[in-house]
Design a protein around this ligand. Structure first.
Ligand code: BES
Ligand code: MN
Ligand code: ZN
Length: 495
């Protein structure tokens, strides 16, 4: 990762290879633009300062800036420049900046929230620099060099200590997010359940987390019929990853986290068609986000306890696969009738949620690429949030707002519960066509007992099929930023 530093020197004096300066819509010069003698460059280029616009100004002998060159970037209307806008603009600038090596920027000065904006700037540069080229043998000619160093320029009256802390937190969170992306982008051939478990083990060892991998004997003894059932059609055996972060006394009840870890979702015997199967290596995006969240938490060391249970199976069709009509026995004693083997996420989560509910947690949050229906409702970028405790749901959604991971509450409508009544078991794993994200959430609710719980359906946001501001094609690492923020806030910290 690039080296990030904070300083309060004037933009025009920064000696970086590239100076990145914001321009407001109008256009109106942003912080540092006037001192660099570039107040009219944007308008003479007929640019307006809208987000997405950029103007490159090469250095020259009579330039009024010390940097090798300047990149002016539109950030839109001054009143609307939130830390999230800064994060996105920084991410868009990152690949271009990387070609220069060292960068200095006044971007956070465009917002009225210094520390949040500093954090957003650094997150943006790291996330925007992410690439996944482990599987390329030939170097692409359009592959930019790696960003070397970024000097974040603040104002002398800002709290430098808090800004340095913001940089550190941003690096930890963004780095963890990139790891989640790696896990998602790695083909299922190389990332079966046991490989996910080994990644978790390696991470836990490096970060000082307690870890236990549940293999088949433990899963059988533990009545994890959902995890075993979904996994039984694959040659790659299922696992459950149990992680503990202890930042407070053992008597303090933990926050509980879970994430759907379907290594590959073929649909099973209810086989998906080819188009719908293309990106199903990403069906462990929830698991990846929880692993990354745990890694970030271990590094940030908040005074709080967190427990995670991550179920991982590969959903494949075969002679040993579960069949429509089969009944599975879950951890909490409840039974589910599997009428569609492609509704497998809820089956594995059921066991993990039931186990977490036994750990006397203050709350449970799960994240899962659970339903196409949620994507139909909210599109590719908005997370569907369901919960059984309105204030907890609000708190999680608020964490998403400040970290730029938009969430929208969908109703956990009790009146729909009869739609998943089974003819022979306690519950069936599919409802009617309409409201599929809701009936999936209602299924999960059967397994959280009466613990305050939020379910985040990330089917859309976990994987980008088009490049966006913060990520290119592939895994996005959503919702690591929100989950880390939620845990930090519960520990009384903002960062
Ligand atoms: N993993 C899929 C959901 C999904 C779809 C995630 C598209 C990302 C992109 C999930 O296991 C699934 O197949 N859900 C079914 C449920 C249905 C059979 C009730 C769906 O949404 O079609
Ligand atoms: Mn499925
Ligand atoms: Zn799935």
């Amino acid at each position: 990762m690039a080296d990030f530093s904070f300083s309060t020197r004037a933009a025009a004096e920064a000696e970086a290879d590239l100076l990145v300066l914001p321009v407001f819509q109008g256009p109106a010069p942003g912080p540092g633009v006037r001192q660099a003698g570039l107040q009219s460059a944007f308008s003479s280029a007929k640019l307006t300062g809208k987000r997405g616009e950029t103007l490159f100004v090469p250095g020259s002998d009579d330039a009024r800036f010390a940097a090798g060159a300047v990149l002016l970037v539109g950030v839109g209307e001054r009143a609307k420049v939130t830390p999230d806008v800064i994060r996105r603009v920084a991410a868009r600038a990152a690949p271009r900046a990387a070609a220069f090596g060292t960068v200095a920027t006044t971007l956070p000065q465009a917002s009225r929230k210094p520390e949040d904006a500093v954090q957003a700037t650094v997150e943006g540069f790291v996330l925007g620099s992410y690439r996944f080229d482990r599987y390329r043998t030939a170097k692409r000619d359009d592959a930019p060099a790696a960003l070397e160093a970024v000097e974040v320029l603040g104002l002398p009256r800002w709290n430098a200590r808090a800004c340095r802390r913001a940089i550190q937190t941003a690096q930890i969170v963004a780095d963890a997010t990139c790891w989640a992306r790696d896990l998602v982008n790695t083909p299922a051939l190389d990332m079966p359940p046991d490989a996910i478990a080994r990644e978790a083990q390696k991470m836990a060892k490096a970060e000082g987390l307690k870890v236990k991998i549940w293999k088949e004997p433990e899963l059988t003894k533990g009545n994890m019929g959902g995890i075993l059932g979904v996994g039984q059609g694959s040659v790659n055996p299922p696992r459950m990853i149990e992680l503990h972060y202890s930042g407070a006394a053992a008597s303090q009840r933990p926050i509980a986290l879970s994430g759907k870890g379907i290594a590959f979702d073929s649909g099973g015997l209810s086989l998906k068609d080819a188009k719908n199967m293309e990106w199903m290596k990403s069906d462990m995006g929830g698991a990846a986000s929880i692993l990354a969240t745990m890694r970030a938490i271990a590094r940030l060391e908040p005074k709080i306890n967190v427990v995670a249970a991550i179920p991982s199976s590969e959903n494949m069709p075969s002679g040993s696969a579960i069949r429509p009509g089969d009944v599975l026995h879950h951890r909490n004693g409840k039974t589910s009738e599997v009428l569609n083997t492609d509704a497998e996420g809820r089956l594995v989560l059921a066991d993990a949620l039931a186990w977490l509910a036994e750990q006397d947690p203050v709350c449970i949050i799960d994240t899962a690429t659970l339903t196409g229906a949620c994507m139909v409702a909210l599109g590719e970028e908005v997370i569907g949030a369901f919960g059984n405790d309105p204030s907890l749901t609000k708190e999680v959604i608020a964490a998403g707002d400040v970290t730029g991971e938009p969430m929208w509450e969908l109703p956990l409508r009790a009146e729909y519960r009869p739609q998943i009544d089974s003819a022979i078991a306690d519950v069936k794993n599919v409802g009617p066509r309409w409201g599929g994200a809701i009936t999936a959430a209602l299924f999960l609710e059967e397994f959280v007992d009466d613990v305050p719980w939020v379910h985040l359906d990330i089917a859309g946001p976990a994987f980008a099929e088009r490049a966006g501001d913060l990520s290119g094609f592939g895994g996005t690492g959503v919702p690591v930023r929100s989950l880390v923020r939620f845990v930090l806030e519960r520990a009384g910290r903002r960062r």
